[in-house]
Design a protein around this ligand. Structure first.
Ligand code: EPZ
Length: 419
């Protein structure tokens, strides 16, 4: 295993490029199952979750080529195995996204239940209920989901809770269903819009992207295409907080400011000077201590839960007190005890963290737990006095492409070393 060693106190300065979006690349890779010919995906991030997805698809019979320019050529048109095995699914919950496409294309699927993770129980009941409403026969036995449908039939799906991957699963399943499917209370994340745009290029008939009502007219077949994945707004947001917490100035190219409106507003509220163009965001903290900002997470277009831990780190060294309320996941607070060991003054009251800004944090030996909590520990280490060591860095590699290399480009004193 590897760990990161960070010597903090260095303001970040410089220019980096945003990577492609993890949460867009994953559903689009699974959408390749729907196509009768290969899909080429450009701007795909080099992440362990992408590798896990490719391994799962290969296990089901897909073939793929990693091109020199970073694009992925994937042919999932002739699957020989309709099972997503527990050994792979347990390492990545997003494997549930193989269910909708496999069922729609082949009429059957056997997918391991993903199980929970550090941030919550992560049930999939909404996925299964909606697929049943499209006519699927669903059974759950011995930790597996068994789904069967001669042909899915379009229906009106009313999600009583906003859910990203369940929305994606139903959109993909409905592309090959007989008739029209309307999804009400659909999630509106930019990654869903990206998936829809790719499916339309593959021949799907979908309208309403970017809104909470998506309509899908089922077609007989979909073809492969070439598609460029949108920028990763959470990776971009994380590096912007890294610049704010170290009082530096950075520019991020190949990003999309439109996807980060609320996060940019909160960074401006913390005192950052933000300037944007079509594909570039510059944050200049002008050497100032951050101002405290109150945060409440909720579904897009509101403040993203995936940026909550990062802002908890920022508020830990802000000028006064603040509250951060997490409304999406029941246990997305694994970073709190670790930040507290660095001297942060944080107290959890129900699903709200009360942050009292301290003058500075001090480096400590820390352990990463889940992807975004781990990112918040890196941010705290960059700002802390002294040295911070973070174990179990594999959590970070799931969602951040060569994080220490990008931070070094920005002047951070950070090394990845073997345990
Ligand atoms: C997606 O997870 C993202 N993952 C998560 O990003 C993100 O945090 C989350 O959406 C919320 O924005 C991917 O896109 C691969 P949900 P997902 O279904 O789809 C409950 C990261 O860091 N729920 O929108 O699994 C659920 O428990 C990851 O990149 C049910 O009860 O989240 C949660 O409380 C972490 N039953 C709420 O809905 C269901 O069947 C929203 O979850 C499904 C969800």
């Amino acid at each position: 295993m590897y760990k990161l060693i960070i010597k903090g106190g260095q303001p970040l300065n410089g220019v980096i490029n945003a990577a492609g979006s993890k949460n867009s690349a994953l559903p689009i890779l699974f959408a390749s199952i729907l196509a009768d010919s290969p899909l080429t995906l450009k701007n795909t991030p080099f992440l362990s979750d992408v590798s896990t997805t490719l391994r799962l698809l290969m296990d089901m019979g897909s073939e793929f080529v990693l091109e020199a320019d970073g694009s992925i050529f994937v042919d999932s048109s002739k699957l020989s195995n309709l099972v997503a095995d527990y050994q792979l699914v347990k390492t990545m919950r997003a494997s549930i996204l193989s269910l909708g496409p496999t069922l729609a294309k082949y009429g059957e699927a056997k997918i391991s239940l993903p199980g929970g993770c550090a941030i919550g129980s992560r049930p999939v009941n909404l996925h299964l209920k909606a697929l049943s409403e499209l006519g699927a026969d669903i059974k759950v036995e011995n930790g597996y989901i068994y789904a069967q449908a001669d042909r899915l039939v379009g229906a009106t799906i009313d999600f009583d809770q906003v859910t990203v991957t369940a929305t994606e699963n139903i959109i993909m399943a409905a592309t090959l269903a007989k008739g029209v499917t309307t999804i009400n209370n659909a999630a509106q994340e930019p990654e869903i819009t990206d998936l829809i745009r790719c499916l339309i290029k593959m021949g799907a008939k979908i309208s309403g992207e970017g809104t909470s009502t998506i309509t899908i007219n089922g077609v007989e077949q979909l073809s492969g295409t070439t598609y460029e994945v949108c920028p990763d707004r959470i990776e971009v947001g994380t590096y912007l907080v890294a610049a704010a917490i170290t009082r530096g100035k950075i520019t991020i190219k190949k990003s999309d400011p439109k996807d980060l409106r609320v996060v940019l507003e909160k960074l401006a509220e913390s005192g950052a000077n933000i300037s944007t163009s079509k594909n570039t965001i510059t944050l200049d903290m002008e050497g100032k201590k951050p101002k405290s900002v109150n945060i409440k997470t909720s579904a897009y277009p509101n403040f993203p839960t995936d940026m909550q831990a990062q802002f908890t780190a920022l508020n830990s060294v802000a000028d006064s007190s603040s509250t951060i309320t997490e409304t999406i996941f029941e246990n997305r607070f694994m970073h709190i005890p670790e930040l507290s060991r660095m001297g942060a003054d944080l107290s959890l009251e129900g699903n709200t963290v009360v942050c009292r800004g301290v003058k500075s944090l001090t480096g400590a030996k820390l352990m990463a737990t889940d992807l975004r909590a781990s990112a918040s520990l890196v941010l705290a280490g960059l700002a802390a006095k002294g040295t911070t060591t973070i174990d179990r860095v594999y959590h970070l590699d799931r969602g951040y492409e060569t994080i220490e290399e990008k931070l070094k480009l920005l002047g951070a004193n950070i090394e990845r070393v073997q345990d």
